[in-house]
Design a protein around this ligand. Structure first.
Ligand SMILES: [Cu+2]
Length: 130
């Protein structure tokens, strides 16, 4: 009886280890570089960077909502702007490669203007926070 119990516990422990390893593998496969900034963008509009333009160019949200920018171009872009609540930036100029996403939560109402520094002034947009 004792041996049977020991065997059962050993099997359970091995099973847990195997599940743990499998889970880690899944996480590594699914996540890429900018995972930390990607998780904030729930519930707000998406602005697509396409043909070196922001689409849509102007978005309106409520205070507390996020805007997520997605680079759908084969060339690098970025987002940098400011408004009543301060500045926001996706990082260095041209730091967003194809497929990269950047989310920012706007807490303070007002008008925010932003550009892609690589393609400014032509590539620009606004966020209106109510
Ligand atoms: Cu650009």
């Amino acid at each position: 009886m004792r041996e049977w119990l020991a065997l059962l516990i050993a099997c359970l422990a091995l099973g847990l280890l195997a599940v743990g390893c499998g889970g880690d593998d899944d996480d590594d496969g699914g996540g890429d570089g900018g995972a930390a900034t990607q998780q904030q963008g729930r519930g707000g509009p998406e602005v697509v960077m396409r043909s070196s333009q922001f689409e849509p160019r102007n978005v309106t949200i409520k205070a507390g909502e996020s805007v997520t920018w997605v680079n759908d171009d084969p060339v690098p872009h970025d987002v940098e702007g400011s408004g009543p609540g301060g500045e926001f930036s996706s990082g260095p100029p041209g730091g967003m490669a194809e497929g990269d996403r950047f989310s920012f939560k706007f807490k303070q109402p007002g008008n925010y203007e932003y550009v892609c520094r690589v393609h400014a002034p032509g590539m620009a947009g606004t966020v209106t926070v109510r």
